[in-house]
Design a protein around this ligand. Structure first.
Ligand SMILES: C[C@H](O)[C@@H](O)[C@@H](O)C(=O)CO
Ligand SMILES: [Mn+2]
Length: 593
């Protein structure tokens, strides 16, 4: 589906650099140098894919690069080929600034072979000094253990760094030139939905598109959607989306005719929001060429509350389905679509999606439940992972149905997979474990249907969030942890105290010695906003690498120091990693600013 986004997929450019001295030195190194480039390309192409499923492609310079003319020819090839990430490799001494990559917008890394026959590490140090001196932050990669000069394998520590760098850099490259689509504007005074177009432009290289939500009504009333697809979608919904309990006062509940209209409306809203994001060639066939083009949106958000939801059905169904890895057309890439148009939660969702290729959870970070409070209200003890307390993640709408924890790995563990690994049966299980309850009419006068499920399994997850700080700019916060499934008797008591028609995920962060992670309460207390974006897996290290590429400092994280990988220049801002990160991000400023 997302292949409808305009712009080619970025490629990874590999630059084999070499000692330029001919009549012996260069010739003796040609094969080894090119082999390093080929090995790196193979590693990347075998391991990395885009969220749409295509494999990440590498482009190797036509020749090794021994001096500035070769470097210029390589730069020329890279710009023709659409290279968005640059990886320089070498086993030997080369002439630092003469062979360097000077494109200021392309994230860079240099892998210097750890051998001693030739001084690859000496070059690496000289190259990184040049990049640092010239204000072009670059990642340095140098294996721990010496290898023989004819060893073409890539050691584990090197491959981990290459893949971490490329994953993050290719994520940054994919955002560039795409749009965030704001449907409506600010929701209930939520600052994250006061979409800051300068932040998107300067830090992510993205456009912001603003569409008033009356456009959705116009398209419904003028029939600007694919009518055949609508019939197909509605039939699928009737078969697969089981209605849940109506918890509204009996005399306020909507009659069956109105409920039917609400179903039809939320299905149309889903088609229309998707078409607004990525366009739809079917609309051109119907005579709506302008609408068929879409807004080239890699992420979006729907204001909803309150002007829309006071009058029309809420977008819970629309958001939940768009954020899932499947719909009536089968398995497909999940969209990134924020409820309450909270763009600062859509951004970490987008980061998570681009880094893992999976669907993302959007939630209110609603309640910290201490073990004592749980005991008081339920009479029960929290045990296992949950023993130190839990955070209740819950929001009407938006939470991907992939978060029902019905997808499994080979060992039977709950996981959230890229859509191409999800089976039809697993998608069906996600649907079967979800009920669609008529929306709470006190909050949503226009009705609609809220997805109701609980995350029924333990999964490693990472919660993250971007906050904008006046005078400082954006910061990213990260908490790795797990989803936990509570015993039904505890779950029920806690859930009943909120809105049990909404989807629930119980979250336990991993604790450590630093202040923000000393207990579960502190994680909740240090969270910078009402929402969190939750991605499958422990991806904090990848998020840190991506944030450093974008020059967004990380204000809070629980990632092991040994996994932190940032451009080598960060080391020049002091040995305290967090303060060095702040200083480096301030020094370099936003990448597109
Ligand atoms: C119904 C309420 O307005 C909720 O939508 C509210 O608690 C939020 O989600 C705020 O982010
Ligand atoms: Mn919310």
């Amino acid at each position: 589906m997302k292949t409808r986004l305009i712009g080619r997929l970025p490629k990874v450019g590999i630059r084999p650099v070499i000692d330029g001295r001919e009549r012996g030195v260069r010739e003796s190194l040609e094969t080894q140098t090119m082999n390093m480039a080929k090995a790196a390309a193979q590693l990347i192409e075998e391991n990395l894919r885009f969220p749409s499923g295509e494999k990440v492609e590498c482009v190797i310079a036509d020749t090794t690069i021994g001096g500035v003319a070769d470097a210029a020819r390589c730069a020329d090839k890279f710009s023709r080929e659409g290279v968005g990430v640059s990886l320089t490799v070498t086993p030997c001494w080369c002439y630092g600034t003469e062979v360097m990559d000077t494109d200021t917008l392309v994230p860079k890394a240099v892998w210097g072979f750890n051998g001693t026959e030739r001084p690859g590490a000496v070059y690496l140090a000289a190259a990184l000094a040049s990049y640092t001196q010239k204000g072009l932050p670059a990642f340095g990669i140098y294996g721990r253990d010496v290898q023989d000069s004819d060893d073409t394998s890539i050691p584990e520590d090197v491959s981990e760094k290459i893949l971490r760098f490329v994953r993050a850099a290719i994520a940054a490259a994919q955002m560039k030139g795409k749009s965030y689509l704001s449907l409506g504007y600010t929701s209930m005074g939520i600052a994250g939905s006061m979409v800051d177009s300068n932040f998107f432009q300067d830090y992510l290289g993205m456009r912001t598109e603003f569409v008033e939500s009356v456009e959705v009504i116009r398209r419904m009333e003028e029939g600007i959607y694919d009518h055949e697809e609508f019939e197909k979608a509605l039939a699928w919904v009737k078969e697969n989306c089981k209605e849940g309990e109506d918890r509204n006062e009996p005399d306020k509940q909507r009659d069956p005719e109105r409920k039917e209209w609400e179903w039809e409306t939320v299905v149309k809203m889903t088609l229309i929001c998707r078409d607004l994001m990525i366009g739809n060639p079917k609309l051109a066939e119907l005579g709506f060429g302008e609408e068929a083009r879409g807004h080239n949106a890699i992420a979006g958000g729907f204001q909803g509350q309150r002007q829309w939801t006071d009058y029309y059905p809420n977008a819970d169904f629309t958001e939940a389905i768009l954020n899932s890895s499947f719909d009536w057309n089968g398995l497909r890439e999940a969209f990134v679509f924020a409820t309450e148009n909270d763009s600062l939660n859509a951004v970490p969702m987008l980061f998570g999606h681009l880094l893992t290729n999976t669907a993302q959870i959007f939630s209110d970070v609603r309640t910290f439940w201490s073990p004592e409070a749980v005991k008081r209200v339920s009479g029960k003890e929290l045990t296992g992972l949950a023993r130190d307390g839990i955070i209740h993640l819950i929001n009407s709408g938006s939470t991907t149905l992939d978060a029902t924890a019905q997808q499994k790995d080979a060992e039977g563990n709950s996981v959230m997979k890229p859509y191409w690994d999800v089976t039809e049966d697993e998608a069906q299980a996600c649907l079967d474990n979800t009920r669609w309850c008529p929306a709470s009419l006190g909050y949503f006068r226009g009705g609609g249907y809220s997805s109701q499920f609980k995350t029924a399994g333990k999964m490693p997850v990472t919660m993250s969030r971007v906050n904008l700080v006046k005078g400082l700019g954006p910061v990213l916060q990260i908490a790795e942890g797990w989803t936990v499934e509570l015993p039904e008797d505890i779950h029920k008591v806690l859930d009943e105290r909120t809105d049990p028609t909404w989807p629930t995920t119980w979250f336990v962060p991993r604790l450590n010695d630093c202040d923000a992670f000393k207990d579960v309460y502190s994680v909740m207390a240090n969270w910078g906003a009402n929402h969190g974006a939750i991605s499958y897996g422990h991806i904090g290290a990848d998020l840190i690498t991506l944030a450093s590429i974008l020059r967004i400092p990380v204000s809070m994280h629980n990632v092991d120091e040994k996994d932190i990988f940032r451009p080598s220049a960060w080391g020049s801002f002091g040995t305290h990693k967090e303060s060095a990160d702040y200083k480096a991000c301030e020094n370099y400023g936003p990448i597109y600013g």
